[in-house]
Design a protein around this ligand. Structure first.
Ligand code: ZN
Length: 146
């Protein structure tokens, strides 16, 4: 039971060298999510532009390779997106990972690596963790308490 080579390489690269890792100075939204079964705990920070686009996003916390890689991929994927676009992408990934859309739904760039997780249902929660945090942050108040 191994992720496909291609997927594994991208997941491991992002897990070992997470992009946009650390707290975000001047964030105006944040949300955390935990996955008790696996011990993953992730916090997302983001800053929206006046037009409502995600102009900066970072994450902190710790978790397994899949949850860390997914959060890293997320920060790259949604940068510059509107709240609606980011939520649509999150919903698309959820459908892909839970098998309600075709596996060939081609996700952009390295995000495609997440598709490999669909064969491991017990790890879908790890992969979706940061996306749930993103949705919560986007729904959240304008200002998070300092
Ligand atoms: Zn996990």
């Amino acid at each position: 039971m191994e992720l496909d080579e291609l997927y594994r390489e991208a997941i491991l690269d992002h897990a070992r060298h997470p992009r946009n890792f650390g707290e975000l100075e001047g964030s105006d939204r944040s949300a955390s999510a935990t996955n008790v079964g696996c011990g993953d705990a992730i916090r997302l920070f983001l800053r929206l532009s006046p037009a409502g686009r995600i102009e900066a996003i970072r994450f902190s916390g710790s978790g397994c390779a899949i949850s860390t890689a997914s959060a890293s991929l997320l920060t790259l994927a949604v940068q510059g997106q509107s709240s609606e676009e980011a939520q649509a992408l999150s919903a698309r990934i959820q459908r892909l990972l839970t098998g309600t859309s075709a596996p060939q739904d081609d996700l952009p760039g390295d995000l495609a690596a997440l598709a490999g997780v669909r064969r491991f249902p017990q790890r879908v929660g790890c992969a979706m963790l940061s996306w749930h945090a993103l949705e919560e942050a986007l729904r959240g108040p304008e200002k998070s308490p300092a």
